[in-house]
Design a protein around this ligand. Structure first.
Ligand code: PLP
Length: 483
């Protein structure tokens, strides 16, 4: 196929050039009814291209024209048999795919550090999660990959599992051995659904970790917006033929997405695909080289560490995605959050996020050579101005055992619940998900028992004022439990 073609972008351009009298939504009518200052700021063409299912522009939910053509080009580019554009992020694709493979009572194998959309899929479907604890790299304070032993053992204990969900790569660039996991899963007749929210680009340069579709996975859901240059919220779901109940998958996708999908988002997917297919290899080649050089230079600075390929080979880590800087300044007594704030306030660098130990910077096709210089200058300045110290940054706490699940997530979520003071929650069944950051692994999911081990661990986190994702009461003074 001709990957220079952008059927959706071209159709959109043509439609906007041949102005029609609009008696169709959206109501701003090519921006004529838009607020003037906003239009001035955002640009006229954004409004002109913000149209819906008009003549020649196809329908995402029943694609037969330009959207279908654009999706077919994407399928070829990512090595899939069929691709679906998503306008509600990878979140919607994960929910649609998992609910298509597992019904009420079916089992799905899930690494404990799964994205929260997986939990939503469990609540919607009534499927039973069988958690696999990823390895934890205490030396660097990051979650590692899935060991093949734990995957094999979990399948042996649950040979009836319908699917395994894997992350490739994680936010920290960590990849498990997807090829071998696919072999294990397929030998048990289970599907492999890959969360490649951070991996849409890895298919376009051999120096990057291998993409899940190339490893034989049955589906990959990718945030094209995160790493391949489309607009925020636009993602893709790629599938292998025959692996899914096609009708169910399509119906689920329709349920998870707006009936008025944005053509700006979809056209940006079409353009990002063409750019990656045509120019991706070269763009990435340069970025990989600069990123790897920068990681080494950062690690040589006094008190600074930056993760790089040397983490491969331990803790279930079979590969590392290099277009990110996982920087720690713990050798200077600076924790991840302070480093994140410092980079922003003193050096104008907006990093992606922070945990106790690290500040995480994410690169992308738009990263400029000068940006590498800026992070090096900032880190060097921080390193020179600070004094070496190992004292003020606490290492991550050792993690409690996964508590017993006394109910399915769905049952717990829809059960009658009450809000109780944290001090009175020991022994109750959680109706909430609680995820300490770091390491980003849920300690409690809906339906799980609040064991002494878990309670003590979370109590320590709470008293320490550490970050917790998930609880309705952010400081965990109260928690929702099942009545
Ligand atoms: C591992 C992982 N999966 C899924 C998602 C959801 O992606 P999206 O924001 O495109 O919905 C994220 C978002 O950060 C993520 O980190």
């Amino acid at each position: 196929m001709d990957q220079t073609k952008m059927p959706l972008v071209e159709a959109l351009q043509e439609y906007t050039l041949n102005h029609k009298v609009s008696m169709h939504i959206p109501g701003h009518k090519d921006g004529q009814g838009a607020e003037a200052g906003f239009k001035n700021f955002i640009g006229e063409n954004v409004f002109k291209a913000d149209i819906t299912e008009v003549h020649g522009l196809d329908d995402l939910h029943q694609a037969t024209g330009v959207i279908k053509n654009a999706q077919q080009l994407a399928a070829e580019a990512w090595g899939a048999d069929e691709t679906f554009f998503l306008v509600n992020g990878t979140t919607s694709g994960i929910i649609a795919a998992l609910t298509a493979v597992a019904n009420e009572g079916d089992k799905i194998l899930i690494p404990r550090n799964a994205h929260k959309s997986v939990n939503m899929a469990l609540i919607i479907s009534g499927a039973i999660p069988v958690y696999i604890q990823p390895e934890f790299d205490y030396e660097h304070g990051i979650i590692g990959g899935l060991s093949l032993e734990s995957v094999e053992m979990t399948f042996r204990q649950n040979p009836d599992a319908k699917a395994i969900y894997v992350i490739n790569p994680t936010y920290y660039g960590v990849c498990s051995d997807i090829e071998k996991i696919v072999d294990i899963a397929h030998s048990y007749g289970a599907l492999v659904i890959a969360d490649e929210a951070h991996g849409s680009h890895i298919y376009f340069n051999d120096k990057l970790p291998k993409g899940a579709m190339a490893c034989g996975a049955d589906a990959s859901i990718q945030s094209t917006h995160k790493m391949a240059g489309s607009f925020t919220q636009s993602s893709m779901l790629h599938v292998k033929a025959g692996s899914f109940d096609a009708m169910k998958l399509k119906t689920n996708l329709s349920m998870m997405q707006s009936t008025s999908p944005s053509y700006l988002l979809m056209a940006s997917l079409d353009a990002a695909r063409s750019n990656m297919a045509i120019n991706g290899r070269n763009i990435l080649e340069n970025l990989i080289m600069l990123a790897e050089q920068t990681q080494i230079k950062l690690s040589k600075m006094n008190g600074i560490e930056c993760l790089n390929k040397t983490i491969i080979g331990q803790y279930g880590i079979s590969d590392f995605e290099p277009l990110r800087f996982i920087i720690s300044a713990r050798g200077l007594g600076i924790n991840g959050y302070d480093l994140y704030e410092k980079l922003y306030s003193d050096y104008g660098i907006e990093a992606e996020f922070a945990d106790d130990l690290h500040c995480i910077c994410v690169l992308g096709p738009g990263t400029q050579e000068s940006d590498f210089q800026k992070i090096l200058e900032a880190a060097s300045d921080i390193s020179e101005k600070s004094h070496s110290s190992m004292e003020s940054v606490d290492p991550p706490l050792s993690f409690p055992k996964t508590p017993p699940a006394l109910m399915k997530p769905r049952t717990a979520y829809f059960s009658k619940r009450e809000t109780v003071p944290w001090e009175k929650s020991l022994g109750r069944i959680s109706a909430e998900m609680i995820i300490p950051y770091p390491p980003g692994i849920p300690v409690l999911c809906p339906g799980e028992s609040i064991t002494t081990d878990v309670w003590n661990f979370l109590d320590h986190y709470k008293k320490d004022g550490r970050h917790l994702h998930g609880p309705i009461n952010g400081t965990l003074d109260f928690i929702d439990v099942v009545v």
